[in-house]
Unconditional design. Structure first.
Length: 314
């Protein structure tokens, strides 16, 4: 493809995603939607719409043809290795306990369930959504365990039993397990169930992206600290480039490489702010990481997709 064709391809993937997010921000600013709507809609997406979308795509796909254990192992290994590196560096720099866990979590925990999945679907359609969903399950599991460790490391004992129960009860994890089981066993789904589920599926990503945009706080990114800037640089540029470069060296390309990049380069997960506040850490820093990374992700994701397209890797 030519320069303009590659640029057009990159923008066609990321443009619609971030236009809808921008619309959410505008609608919140003009009070057409409020915090109550965002909270209710976010719960609807997390507990009903997104699990339905993931389940139906996995259940109706020939999973064996797109599932690659080496990709899952690489994604998990890269996440754990990145966490360990960030944890060691943050300790060496002597960060305050209230900042250290927030910094580490913000630099490695991406918004996979919304932005990562949306980019995967834009890149490869239903196959990208299915592969991204399985990656989502593996990475979400590791994210929860590692984030709790990071945030509680200087704050006393951690109730691990509750953490494991929370992971097992996660609607996304349940839908991925159920959808994968149905898909592998090739169990038929009633047409009425599929058609009804399609209504929920169709509203998932637009509603989720509207909510993400609506939660961006102008004050949070106007007062960005050097610590926040470094965390965002790690999240959007340094770590995705490192992980993707290693993946390329190991022979990943096409669908497997594109979905890995979409997950690695997603902005900081919104839930990282909620967890930081709940565990008594630096909530202002966490809010800045979410806001700044979400604001800059359209640029970094588009750049990454453009370069991978120019090099003929996705």
């Amino acid at each position: 493809m030519t320069y303009l064709q590659n640029l057009s391809f990159a923008l066609s993937v990321t443009g619609p995603i971030f236009i809808v997010m921008a619309a959410g921000w505008v609608l919140r600013r003009i009070n057409l939607i409020d915090s109550g709507f965002v909270e209710t809609a976010s719960q609807l997406v997390f507990r009903v719409a997104l699990p339905t979308l993931i389940f139906l795509n996995l259940a109706q796909l020939e999973i064996a043809s797109v599932l690659d254990p080496s990709q899952l192992l690489f994604g998990l290994g890269a996440t754990v290795a990145g966490f360990v590196l960030l944890w060691l560096v943050s300790g060496w720099l002597g960060m305050a306990p209230a900042d250290r866990g927030v910094f580490v979590q913000g630099a490695f925990r991406g918004n996979l369930g919304i932005v990562g999945i949306a980019v995967s679907a834009q890149l490869y359609g239903s196959e990208g959504l299915a592969v991204g969903s399985v990656l989502l399950a593996v990475l979400t599991f590791s994210y929860n365990v590692l984030s709790v460790y990071a945030l509680s490391s200087a704050g006393g004992a951690t109730e691990w039993r509750q953490i494991w129960l929370g992971i097992l009860r996660n609607p996304l994890i349940i839908s991925i397990v159920a959808g994968t089981t149905v898909g592998l066993l090739k169990l038929p789904l009633p047409e009425l169930l599929v058609q009804s589920g399609d209504y929920f599926s169709a509203m998932t990503l637009p509603l989720a992206l509207l909510c993400v945009g609506a939660t961006i706080n102008r004050q949070a990114w106007r007062t960005v600290s050097p610590l926040a800037a470094w965390a965002v640089a790690l999240k959007l540029l340094i770590l995705p480039a490192l992980y993707t470069g290693i993946a390329i060296a190991l022979g990943f390309k096409g669908l497997l490489l594109g979905t890995l990049f979409a997950m690695f380069a997603a902005p900081t997960a919104t839930v990282s702010y909620i967890m930081a506040r709940a565990m008594g850490r630096n909530g202002d820093l966490a809010a800045s990481l979410v806001a700044l990374s979400t604001l800059l992700a359209p640029v970094t994701l588009s750049l990454g997709i453009y370069l991978l397209g120019v090099w003929g890797l996705i």
